[in-house]
Ligand binder design. Structure first.
Ligand SMILES: *[C@@H]1O[C@H](CO)[C@@H](O)[C@H](O)[C@H]1NC(C)=O
Ligand SMILES: *[C@@H]1O[C@H](CO)[C@@H](O)[C@H](O)[C@H]1NC(C)=O
Ligand SMILES: *[C@@H]1O[C@H](CO)[C@@H](O)[C@H](O)[C@H]1NC(C)=O
Length: 480
């Protein structure tokens, strides 16, 4: 697809499947146990041992080498805030309180996330152990080129995150899950980058909920510049493992009703969002009319029924494509969550952490090809070398901007409504002939000055670059 870096889940050994013991414990600490296995990697048991699901030291080192041989970077997810259960208390942990009020910052820093033992980074041994670990193991031994840092807001940032990032000595992007840029922004004073959670919510509002593009995206872009130290180092995303996937919250309503895979239910279009069914272990009979479940055509090997939102092949992804195009062409470092390219649509975790292999890694999938074209256009024009953007048109339902003087992006949130959106504006490009990378031989214009007439058919998104930069990587994606 053209990605330069892979962010993998945490690699250290996690708490194991000691179900029996934990079941006994849950009698006493019932609220502290949600699941019994740290399958996701965020519940460390031993910081110095690789999780055996990654193989052994040797196989992991082959993974790192294979990534590096391709000229790519390896990013490892690290958790320095907490460790896995059981809920112990020692001189190195914070007290036995759970975070109840996320607006109370001292509680967020000093209490525990769902009962997980929370490390006290003010204890000198804890600080130095974590800093030495990230330097000697994560970067030194396991060869990470960058870090994604978990639960950053749950540790007092000064001086711990500064020391931790300095010890790592590589790019790090921290997770501060909050929509308020004035809350998230200051964390960039301690870490090189943070995930652009404020923009995540704006993207969902603009392209999913079809709220005003200009008021959501432009005001947040202004906040990204004002409230953050360096907006070019923020991680932009529209999906991740902690939130419903875009296609869960905004599934294609038309094809759902035409689907042959309908298993049970009497769903109205409004029922389609926020489904919670599909958890491992649910049975078909539990797919009631309320839960609107579909059997996946090619279910996972254990044959669990999962929620399934069938999507049309040619007409269902328009809003999502616009959101993804924004992620990949906005200022900052774009992050695409695995499975996006296969139109995964899982809802609340763990359903948004689907196994990838049932997709057969289909490289002809619609969104796979879409992402490949956008990424190639982005790389061909090296848009990251322009540290800003120039918004040349904005409205409630459309946005256009340039990166440099030869890369023009057009976005809309109207969706696949069959309409043609006509726009006229001055794209402020350098003179020359430009073509749309998704319709390369037919959608071109020559610019010297003044307004140009553009049209977006059925919610499509466009990228124009100089016609002589377009070659066989560009495809007739929209097949007008
Ligand atoms: C963390 O450790 C420091 C140093 O020992 C101590 O002063 C502080 O009260 C501890 N914090 C918590 C939340 O327990
Ligand atoms: C934390 O540990 C690191 C690495 O040993 C050290 O450089 C740093 O000064 C320590 N921070 C504090 C506040 O002791
Ligand atoms: C579906 O809705 C129709 C109309 O309200 C109703 O007659 C029918 O019994 C419903 N079917 C199921 C399976 O709930």
């Amino acid at each position: 697809m053209g990605f330069d870096a892979i962010w993998i889940s945490p690699v250290v050994e996690n708490i194991a499947n000691v179900k029996f013991l934990f079941k006994l414990l849950t009698i006493f600490f019932i609220h502290m146990f949600e699941l019994l296995i740290g399958y996701h990697g965020y519940w460390a048991q031993d910081f110095y041992t690789l999780n055996s699901y990654f193989g052994d030291e040797d196989t992991f080192s082959q993974l790192a080498s294979a990534i590096h041989e391709r000229g790519m970077y390896l990013m490892i997810d690290v958790v320095a805030n907490h460790v896995g259960n059981p809920p112990i208390t020692t001189t190195m942990t914070c007290p036995m309180c759970n975070i109840e009020d996320w607006n109370d910052q001292s509680q967020v820093e000093q209490c525990r996330l769902s009962g997980l033992p929370d490390l006290n980074q003010s204890v000198s041994y804890v600080n130095s152990s974590l800093c030495d670990w990230v330097s000697e193991y994560v970067v030194g031994k396991w060869k990470a080129d960058g870090l994604r840092i978990d639960t950053v807001s749950e540790v007092h940032p000064d001086p711990f995150w500064t020391d931790f990032a300095r010890a790592a000595g590589v790019y790090a992007v921290g997770e501060v899950d909050n929509g308020d840029p004035t809350y998230v922004g200051p964390y960039q004073n301690y870490l090189p980058g943070v995930l652009n959670y404020p923009m995540f919510y704006s993207i969902r509002n603009a392209f999913g909920a079809q709220q005003s593009i200009s008021s959501n995206l432009l005001s947040m872009a202004a906040a990204n510049q004002q409230d953050f130290k360096d907006w070019t180092l923020l991680g932009t995303f529209v999906d991740n493992h902690d939130n419903d996937r875009f296609l869960c919250d905004y599934p294609d309503a038309v094809s759902v009703h035409n689907s042959k895979e309908l298993l049970a239910g009497n769903c109205s279009v409004n029922d389609q969002s926020k489904q919670d069914c599909g958890y491992v272990g649910i049975t078909e009979s539990q797919c009631t009319t309320q839960s609107c479940c579909w059997q996946e055509v090619n279910p996972n090997p254990n044959n669990y029924p999962w929620c399934y939102y069938p999507l049309g092949q040619s007409s269902s992804y328009r809003q999502y494509e616009n959101a993804l195009n924004f992620v990949l062409t906005y200022v900052g470092i774009p992050i695409i969550y695995y499975g996006t390219e296969q139109a995964f649509h899982g809802c609340q975790d763990p359903n948004n952490r689907e196994p990838l292999w049932p997709s057969s890694y289909d490289t002809t999938a619609t969104l796979y090809q879409f992402l490949q074209v956008v990424i190639t256009a982005r790389k061909t024009m090296q848009i990251w070398s322009y540290n800003s953007w120039n918004v040349v048109y904005s409205a409630n339902n459309a946005l256009a901007y340039t990166r440099g003087s030869q890369f023009l992006v057009l976005l809309t949130n109207v969706g696949d409504d069959g309409s043609t959106l006509s726009l006229s504006f001055n794209p402020q490009l350098s003179s020359g002939k430009y073509c749309n990378v998704f319709w390369p031989s037919q959608d071109c214009f020559t610019y010297s000055s003044g307004s140009v007439a553009f049209s977006l058919l059925s919610g499509e998104t466009k990228i124009y670059i100089p016609s002589d930069k377009i070659s066989d990587w560009s495809v007739n994606y929209y097949k007008h």
